[in-house]
Design a protein around this ligand. Sequence first.
Ligand code: PMP
Length: 428
Amino acid sequence: MENKLSQAFYSKALEYIPGGVNSPVRACKSVGADPVFIAQGAGARIWDVDGREYIDYVASWGPLILGHAHPEVIAAVTEAAQEGTSFGAPTWREVELAQLICQLVPSIEMVRLVNSGTEATMSAIRLARGYTGRKKIVKFDGCYHGHADSFLVKAGSGVATLGIPGSPGVPEEIVANTISIPYNDLKTLKEVLDTQGDEIACVIVEPVAGNMGVVPPREDFLPRLREWTEQRGIVLIFDEVITGFRVALGGAQELYQVKPDLTCLGKIIGGGLPVGAYGGKKEIMNQVAPEGPVYQAGTLSGNPLATAAGLATLKVLSRPGTYEALEARAEALAQGLAEILKGLSLPVKMNRVGSMMTLFFTNQEVVDFNTAASSDTKLYGRYWRAMLAEGIYLAPSQFEAAFISLAHGREEIDETLNAAAKVLKGLI
Ligand code: PMP
C-alpha cells in the first residue's frame, strides 16, 4: 500500500510527540500497524495524506454522527468564527445549547459545559462527592470515563488496548477510593452496596459500554442499579459521552427508560469540536460554583465555535425520522455481516446497540470485560489491516466500537459488506 507521506509524517511525529500521537489508540500498535495520517473527510468517507480513500467507522471516536464536514455544521462554525473565537464571557450559543440539552434529555434540569468527556466525568464525581460528603466511587471493569486519576482502575479503551491495569503517576490513595466491579454483575454490585453503601458517593456507568467494545446492559442491570443507588442516597451517574444522542435522541436513558441523577456528555454535543458537559438534578447542580461550593471552571468552556457545531448537530438530529434512518443503516450492516459470518466457521460474536457495534473475535457471548478480553486480538489485527487495505477504516483496537453515521448510505454499506466478505473468508 502506498503510504509514503503517512510514514514521513509519522517519523517526524515520533520525534516531537510521545509515541507520535496525541491519544494512545491512534498509534495502531495493537493492530500491528503504523497510523495513517488523515487529510480530509466528507460524509462517510475520509482520505489520507497519500490520497487513499476509506469508508470511516471511527467517526472521530463517535462525535460525527452526521458524517464529516456536514454542510450545516460547517456553515454554523464558519459563521461563529467570523464573529470571534472566544471571549471568556457569557455568549448566547451556550445558553441555547444548554436549553436544548435539557429539553432533549429530561433528567438533565441544569447543565455545565466543559471541553472534553474527561472534564465532564471528573467534575461529575467531584460534584457527587461534594454533594454526598462521601469519598468512594464505584465503576465497572472495562468502562472508560476519561483519564482522570480516579478512573484509571481496570479501565477500558486505550488502557484495555495496551493491556495495563492502571497508570503510574496515579497515587494509591486516590484509587483506594475507586471500587471497580464486573459490568452486568448484579450480585457483586449488591454486595458492594450492602457493605460499603454509606461510604459511596456515586456509581458511574456507561449505560451501554462502548470502551471494551460494545457491551449492552442486561435487561435488569440499569433498573436495579437505579433502584439500589436511590435507596442508599448514592448519586447515579450515566456516562453518556458515547451514547448521548447516539442510541436515541435522549440517549441510553431514553432507550432503557432509566433516569440517572447526573449525566456526562461529550462527543456528539460538540459536533466534532472539543466539548463535554455534565448535568442533572437541579438540587445537585446547584452545588457547582459559583452557585455552590464545588469548584469547577474552564477558560474555553462554552466556546462559540464548539457550541455552534453542537447546536447545528443537535438540530439535525432532532428532525423526525433521524434515528429510524440511522437504525435502518446499522441494521443493514449488521444483517449483512451476520449473513457473511453464517457461512464461515470463524470465532466471531457481534454486539450492537443502534449505530454502535463491535465484532469480537471470540466464541464467547460478550457480556463484560472478561468475556471481551477472551477475544483473539491478533486475529482482530489481521482483520483490521485487511479491511484497511480494502478501504475500510475501523477502530484500531478490538476494544472499541464501530460507529455508523447518517452519511453511511446503501452504497457505503454495500462496499463495506463486499470488503468484509472477502476479508473474513481470508481469515479462515
Ligand atoms: N467517557 C466515555 C464513555 C468515553 O467514551 C470517553 C472517550 N472516549 C470519555 C469519557 C472521555 O472523553 P474525552 O476523550 O473527550 O476526554
